[in-house]
Every structure is written in structure tokens, then in C-alpha cells.
Ligand binder design. Structure first.
Ligand code: GKR
Ligand code: MG
Length: 435
């Protein structure tokens, strides 16, 4: 297929730049965030000199796959995305990189060869759409059928957090302070509203025993009456514990996110509570939808365009959810502005987006863009500039890449349990359910 332009949009080069990005000591059920987290920045260059940007997970297994997948793009049109996805099926995935491997303690669900490919392809797809949009003078949302809203709402992503990374460990400082109890979480939420105007709050749970997290959500409800609240323990609870938490917080929760692990456990919890259940763990591939929806295990799917395979697949997922009366919103992991721009473009095109999307972006003090994206009243404005509407800052990219080059390899794969062992040598990835 040839794009309807006289410009030559044949891909001549794909640049892949791994970076390490500063990350505060945020706690989750697996451990704590490392001081720096890996991301991969993708640049797709066309014959006419246009460059499109993409971003995805940057752990070693994604990097290993990125080069062969990028090579399938060279020599083809940026608009030839269906061909790219078909060609990608032929790129072999080293099974030892996938099967039987736990991906950051399973925080992102099942690991399959296809999902690994899609996670890399998503960055190539976004970069192609950015290049195509820049070249045609159209924003990415227009290439996806057009926006149905001018701003996309995000929620404040609250984390239990240490004041800083351990002494003696190379790290950037942050000004958020510690949050290790209900008062700390409420203070963090206030900072989020003051700085960004967020109106919904999600608390990353599974860190402390459920009663402490129930108390934190109660404190949030008292401090922000009527605001949508969510709690996400990443599958750390048994069915009984999940049902108990749902009973205790039913009057204040917008939804409970992945209280228990796996579709059968989620289905059992769902059958015993009227609190909607959301997931970014038990439905992360198209193959899981039939069982999950058939058993009414989840009421909201949190899409992540990285592992669902890009912006068009996110639209397909949204259409499926709508067909089955399931809500849709967006999951996030530590990410930079290119991904936030991509999330915002696709979210702008989804008609039935009834929940504020997640984003880690406020936790990232560093970026590879000339200008950071901003939140106003908790929303990101949908850019109408060509492509994604963001500009790469080469010096910043080079600096974060230098950090990756200089790392001895210990930070190139995110490992929250290993980061926890720096202060707690006895720490092992908890067996689930933890409570
Ligand atoms: O950043 O620690 C984190 C989160 O726990 C992340 O890894 C999860 O994938 O945000 C995610 C979630 O909603 O489960
Ligand atoms: Mg989650």
C-alpha cells in the first residue's frame, strides 16, 4: 500500500535507543522500584527525512527482539502496518525469554511469545503513525478515525513510597517525601491535586496488610468526598480477603483492580460483590477475553497499548469491550512522554471511556522531549499538531542512553524484588495470595 502522498515515506532506518530513566522508590507487592528503569526509544526514519517516535519497555528481552522486528520495517511504507504485523509473526522469539518467566513478578499478566512481539511492535506502530501524521500534517488521532474529546482524563497514581533510595546507591532525589501510612497517602494525594488537578485516585496496594490499605482508602474518601477511588493490590489477596475488602470499601470504590490472581479467582470475587473489578493482569491478550467475559470475571479492562500491540489493537479491544458491556480504561507502567502522547491520542478516539486513565508520568522527573506534557485539571489536552505532537530532545536522549551504557547490567532489567533486597536481604518475591 502506498500512502496518499507524493512524499517518499519508505522506511530507510529504525533507530533503537535504550535508556535508563530515574524512578522514585515506589513500593508494590513485589518490592520497590529501582532507582532507574529501562525504556526503549524508537525512531523510524523515512526516505523524505521524516522521523517518527515510539516508546516501549526496555528490558533486555524487548531489546533483543526490537532489532529483528525493526528490520522487517525497513524498505516498506510507514502506512503498511498490517504487513508489519504479519511479517512480525515470522520473527522467532527465544522461548527461554518468555515461557516460565515471570515478568516483574507477574504485574503485567501472562507472558507469551506473541505478547512479547506485540510489546515491541507497539513502539514501531506508534513511530510509523507519528511519521505518517507528521508527513500528512495530521495528528495521530485523525489517523485513528478522529478524536471524540479534546482532553483525556488521568487519575493520580498513589504509591506507598520511601523518602529516598538507600544511602550509597546512585539515584536521583525526589521531592515527594515518604508515604507509608494513611496520613502519608492523603498528603501525597493532596500534592497530586495541587500540582496536576487530578480528581480520581488510584492507590497501589498489596504492600501492607489489607486492613492498613483499607484505612488508607477510608482516609482518602474522608479527605476527598465523592471522588472516584481505586485500590490495586496486583493479585496479592485470596478470594476471601478480596471479598472482605470489597465489603468494607464498597461504598467508596469506583472499582477494585486485580484483587486476586487469575480469571477463576476474579470470577469468584465478582460473583460475591457488586463492586466492579478491573484488570491489567488477567486479561492482557485477546485470547483471554472469551473466558473472562464469559465468566463475568471483570467489569473494566485496563488496556496498555504497549502489550496489546499498539493503538489500533487498543481500539479493537475497546470495541470488543463495548460489545460485551465491559468498561475500558488504561493501565500504565513507568513511561515517558512519547507513550503518554500515544495513550492520549488513542484514548481520545475511544467513545466509551468512562474512567480516568492511569499514568506514572508525574513520577518521572526526566524525559526525552524538548517539552514535557502537562496535566491541567487532571487532563492532558489532545494535540492537533501533526503526528504525536511531541519533539525529541537529542541531548536528553543521549544523556539517558549514556546512563544505560554505563550501567553494569544490574539495572537493565526491572527487578523490584532485587531492589528490595538492597535494604532487606531476606526479601523474596512473596508467594501469592499474600493475604
Ligand atoms: O509501577 O509498581 C508499579 C505498578 O505496580 C506497575 O508495575 C503495574 O503494572 O501499574 C501497574 C498496575 O496497575 O498493575
Ligand atoms: Mg493494575
Amino acid at each position: 500500500m502506498t500512502a496518499p502522498t507524493s512524499r517518499d515515506l519508505t522506511v530507510t532506518e529504525v533507530r533503537l535507543t535504550p535508556v535508563l530513566v530515574a524512578d522514585p522508590p515506589l513500593l508494590n507487592t513485589q518490592g520497590v522500584h529501582q532507582p532507574y528503569t529501562p525504556r526503549l526509544i524508537v525512531e523510524v526514519v523515512t526516505a523524505d527525512g521524516t522521523t517518527g517516535l515510539g516508546e516501549t519497555y526496555g528490558d533486555t528481552k524487548y531489546l533483543e527482539l526490537a532489532r529483528p522486528l525493526a528490520d522487517t520495517l525497513v524498505g516498506h511504507q510507514v502506512a503498511d502496518l498490517n504487513r508489519l504485523f504479519a511479517a512480525a509473526d515470522q520473527v522467532a522469539v527465544d522461548a527461554s525469554r518468555v515461557f516460565g518467566q515471570v515478568d516483574v513478578g507477574g504485574l503485567r499478566g501472562v507472558q507469551t511469545a506473541d505478547k512479547l512481539r506485540l510489546s515491541v511492535l507497539s513502539a514501531l506502530e506508534v513511530a510509523c503513525l507519528d511519521a505518517l501524521g507528521r508527513s500528512l500534517g495530521l495528528p495521530v488521532h485523525a489517523l485513528l478515525g478522529g478524536k471524540v474529546r479534546d482532553a483525556v482524563e488521568y487519575s493520580a497514581y498513589l504509591f506507598y513510597k520511601r523518602a529516598g533510595h538507600p544511602e550509597g546507591v546512585a539515584a536521583e532525589r525526589d521531592d515527594w517525601g515518604a508515604a507509608l501510612d494513611p496520613a502519608g497517602i492523603v498528603a501525597q494525594a493532596r500534592t497530586f491535586t495541587e500540582r496536576y488537578g487530578f480528581g480520581s485516585f488510584k492507590l497501589k496496594g498489596g504492600v501492607f496488610p489489607p486492613d492498613e490499605e483499607i484505612a488508607a482508602v477510608r482516609a482518602l474518601a474522608a479527605a476527598f468526598p465523592g471522588h472516584p477511588l481505586r485500590l490495586d493490590p496486583n493479585g496479592a489477596w485470596s478470594v476471601e480477603t478480596s471479598v472482605k475488602v470489597a465489603e468494607e470499601l464498597g461504598d467508596v470504590l469506583e472499582y477494585l483492580e486485580d484483587p486476586a490472581l487469575g480469571i477463576p479467582a476474579m470470577a469468584e470475587v465478582a460473583a460475591r460483590t457488586s463492586v466492579p473489578l478491573a484488570t491489567n493482569m488477567c486479561v492482557t491478550t485477546f485470547a483471554e477475553i472469551k473466558e473472562a467475559f464469559g465468566r463475568d470475571a471483570v467489569q473494566v479492562v485496563l488496556s496498555d497499548h504497549h502489550y496489546w500491540g499498539g493503538l489500533r489493537n487498543t481500539q479493537h479491544l475497546a470495541a470488543l469491550c463495548r460489545t460485551f458491556g465491559v468498561g475500558v480504561s488504561m493501565h500504565s507502567n513507568t513511561h515517558l512522554g512519547i507513550s503518554l502522547a500515544a495513550m492520549t491520542h488513542v484514548a481520545a478516539t475511544v467513545p466509551h471511556l468512562h474512567h480516568a486513565c492511569d499514568s506514572h508520568y508525574p513520577w518521572q522527573s526526566e524525559d526525552v522531549l524538548t517539552e514535557r506534557l502537562t496535566f491541567e485539571r487532571g487532563t492532558v489536552r489532545v494535540s492537533d499538531a501533526p503526528g504525536l505532537g511531541v519533539t525529541l530532545d537529542r541531548d536528553r536522549l543521549a544523556a539517558l542512553h549514556r546512563r544505560w551504557l554505563e550501567d553494569d547490567g544490574s539495572l537493565r532489567d526491572r527487578d523490584d524484588a532485587a531492589a528490595m533486597r538492597v535494604t532487606d536481604p531476606e526479601w523474596v518475591t512473596p508467594a501469592m495470595p499474600r493475604w
